[in-house]
Design a protein around this ligand. Structure first.
Ligand SMILES: Nc1ncnc2c1ncn2[C@@H]1O[C@H](COP(=O)(O)OP(=O)(O)O)[C@@H](O)[C@H]1O
Ligand SMILES: [Mg+2]
Length: 437
């Protein structure tokens, strides 16, 4: 099925060819709904291959105070006619239907000549945007004008193909800048592919000042091809072979076993394990207790017992392809902060496709279990539905009174689902590339 030229350049495969190869090898199951989406992504791929993004002229280097006083930043008009810019895809649907997998195939298939591209989890992207807006405000000074336009310009300069995984709006700070940011990015000729669990009309439901967010919904509906992947198949439910990545309880034998794996991963004499390697996160140092250049080891307390943030965990998981977390305790109700940080850490590992090894006091699904004697029968219908959506049986995850509110419960349930996925053989195989770097 491969053309001779492509066989010698495997990276030159198109999204459709990538997808067909995975079906033929039996890695993926044939799915007509996914085929329909991959055909759309193929169409977008073909347009992007021919697309010449508009030049983004540099901003005047130094604007005088007078010019700043007498001019406001005009919203940039599209620098080329809108119909010359390929229309991006907004792909939404239930969990586990393959949205992220399809978007990743699309991203992987972009020609090597396209250097200005970026694939990012939406949450990480917004952290980056707020950081840039903050820095831009400081740079512009008081009365310096709108910081979003120059930030959008910088982002567009860095990447004209942007892939966002798990687009969601839960935060008023995000909701208030998104329309302006997206409008500017699109007008600069940026093409986006977005995955989300929700149709644009259902974003930021019940959010504060939702009416101010409606223009953003309008923008998504008009400037994207909004498509659903409503296959009804949740591939996460399909049983997976578990490979050994979680070791419980904390016996001498388990500790020794994991120590041996760590030694095997760090046996290269030219890349020895060093204590207290320093990472810089936004100018602050973070010390990694034991690490080689690609493998890190933390005790749970060192990782989640200190007030580290999502940005810290993202940096750690970007730096190390394999991470060992030792001595994870069963977390009680009074350790909610640690539990939250652990969830944030697991999310970061999942996004960066980090390989994890964990030793813990109890089986990994029970680390959030509280001591209130709750049984799965006591699980609320709401929680049960969430578990069901994520393909987890209520017996796998013992109910926890630690998490309250929809967002927290969802994050908790998703964390459990991700730990299952990250313990699977398929995960070990798909992350293989990173660990051998
Ligand atoms: N057609 C398929 N056959 C087998 N496994 C699949 C198929 N589509 C997706 N998967 C697997 O199912 C899991 C969930 O897919 P993912 O893309 O993460 O879903 P979503 O982003 O929609 O929640 C992934 O591990 C993915 O590799
Ligand atoms: Mg996904």
């Amino acid at each position: 099925m491969l053309h001779a030229q492509q066989a010698s350049h495997p990276a030159a495969k198109t999204p459709l060819e990538h997808y067909s190869t995975l079906i033929e090898s039996g890695t993926l199951q044939q799915d007509d709904h996914q085929t329909r989406i991959i055909e759309k992504l193929q169409g977008l791929h073909d347009e992007i291959v021919k697309y010449h993004p508009p030049e983004i002229s540099p901003l005047p280097a130094q604007r005088s105070l007078v010019s700043r006083l007498f001019s406001s930043t005009p919203a940039p008009a599209p620098s080329i006619p809108l119909d010359h810019i390929p229309k991006g895809l907004y792909l939404y649907g239930d969990v586990g239907t393959g949205k992220t997998m399809l978007m990743d195939l699309f991203y992987k298939s972009l020609p090597r000549s396209i250097k200005r591209k970026r694939r990012v989890h939406f949450h990480a992207f917004m952290i980056d945007v707020h950081k840039r807006v903050h820095a831009m405000k400081a740079k512009l000074g008081a009365g310096g004008g709108d910081p979003i336009a120059p930030v959008a310009r910088d982002l567009a300069n860095e990447a004209y193909v942007l892939c966002f995984d798990e687009f969601q709006v839960t935060d008023i700070a995000d909701a208030m800048i998104l329309r302006q940011l997206f409008e500017k990015l699109l007008n600069y000729g940026v093409v986006c592919v977005v995955t989300s669990n929700r149709h644009p009309d259902d974003l930021y439901k019940n959010g504060i000042q939702r009416s101010s967010f409606l223009p953003c919904i309008d923008l998504l509906n008009t400037r994207f091809n909004v498509t659903t992947l409503n296959s009804g198949t949740d591939y996460r439910r399909i049983p997976r072979t578990l490979s050994h990545v979680y070791y419980d309880p904390l016996t001498a034998e388990n500790r020794l076993e994991v120590q041996k794996i760590f030694e095997a991963f760090t046996s290269d004499p030219s890349d020895p394990v060093v204590p207290n390697r320093k990472l810089e996160i936004w100018g602050r140092p973070l010390f990694v207790p034991e690490s080689s250049s690609a493998v890190a080891k933390f005790r749970f307390e060192e990782l989640c017992g200190k007030p580290l943030s999502a940005a810290d965990y993202i940096e750690v998981t970007k730096t190390f392809g394999t991470i060992f977390v030792l001595d994870v305790p069963k977390l009680g109700l009074n350790q909610k902060d640690k539990a939250r940080r652990f969830i944030t850490f697991v999310d970061a590992c999942y996004e960066s496709k980090t390989k994890l090894f964990i030793t813990s006091e109890v089986p990994i699904f029970q680390i959030f279990a509280d001591d209130s004697g709750k049984k799965s029968e006591d699980m609320s219908d709401h929680m049960r539905n969430i578990m069901d959506d994520l393909g987890l049986s209520s017996d796998t995850v013992v109910s926890s009174a630690m998490f309250t509110g929809d967002e927290e419960l969802f994050a908790f349930a998703r964390c459990c689902s991700r730990l299952v996925e990250m313990g699977s053989k398929q995960w070990a195989e798909t992350v293989g590339d990173r660990t051998h770097k």
